[in-house]
Design a protein around this ligand. Structure first.
Ligand code: NAD
Length: 255
């Protein structure tokens, strides 16, 4: 098993990619601290992990933008499992009102930056010292392909937040490499999760995006969870500061 003996804290574990990663990590031997703002989603994840991996998880609600919540997740995880090896910063939002800067209200901008960027900062702040105490480990930050290329359908708050996640990833990789804490980002392309499906107002809008993907399909949460599994495991022990692009080829499609 690829994560035997490791404890992994996953944010946004109640839906989409965080849910699938929770099941996969548990199947690979990890003890999972699954966190999310919503209780129902977490309960669903806990049931799936029980069915898929035959083990229980520590499922904790809270908000990634709230320092006290984040601190309590890390403390509870270490109390229960004795160590922390992996932080998977997966929670993120994509509000409907996120458009061009010309149209955007400041509240939408601020909330997007708070969840997608400050949330990563707070989780790193509280988890990295514990990971270092465990002798090193892995931080995985979820950015996006929109941090790498521009888009004619603007989503400027989201894009800015994910670009900043990439920059923060590199800074943390350099700072904490000497303590054997690796910090990498994953840049998913469009993945079929509730977050993306909500975005398509029509089949035509969906097809427009599909045509840009050389591999001819949208991503599945499993496509990203397997990338995260590699980064969480010791197989990636010489990999840090990277932008791991998992996108069906969309970002290299010039025309
Ligand atoms: P999702 O909406 O299915 O799941 C996100 C989870 O995060 C939800 O369970 C939600 O409750 C939780 N969450 C939201 N705000 C929170 C908060 N303040 N505190 C704690 N939890 C919170 O989304 P997903 O598609 O699985 O996205 C996962 C990550 O991947 C996000 O960071 C997203 O930006 C990124 N991403 C998604 C796509 C895509 O196409 N789906 C593409 C690129 C990047």
């Amino acid at each position: 098993m690829r994560l035997e003996g490791k404890t992994a804290l996953i944010t946004g574990a109640g839906s989409g990619m965080g849910r699938v990663a929770s099941v996969l990590f548990a199947q690979e031997g990890a003890r999972v601290v699954a966190t999310d703002i919503g209780r129902d989603g977490l309960d669903g994840t806990a049931a799936l992990v029980g069915a898929g991996a035959g083990r229980s998880i520590l499922a904790l609600t809270g908000d990634v933008t709230n320092a006290a919540d984040v601190e309590s997740w890390v403390r509870a995880g270490v109390e229960r499992y004795g160590r922390l090896d992996v932080l998977y910063n997966n929670a993120g939002i994509f509000p409907d009102a996120d458009r061009s800067v010309l149209e955007m209200d400041e509240e939408t901008y601020q909330r997007t930056l708070d969840v997608n960027l400050k949330g990563v900062m707070l989780c790193c702040k509280h988890a990295i010292p514990e990971i270092a105490r465990s002798g090193g480990g892995s931080v995985i930050n979820v950015a996006s392909f929109v941090a790498l290329v521009g888009c004619t359908v603007p989503q400027d708050a989201y894009t800015a937040s994910k670009g900043a996640v990439l920059a923060l990833t590199k800074s943390l990789a350099v700072q904490f490499g000497p303590q054997r804490v690796r910090v990498n980002a994953i840049c998913p392309g469009p993945v079929l999760t509730p977050l993306l499906v909500d975005l398509f107002p029509s089949e035509e809008e969906k097809d427009k995006r599909l045509r840009r993907i050389p591999l001819g399909r949208f991503g599945l949460p499993e496509d990203i969870a397997y990338a995260a599994l590699y980064l969480a495991s010791d197989e990636s022990s010489w990999t840090t500061g990277t932008e791991f692009v998992v996108d069906g080829g969309i970002t290299v499609n010039y025309f």
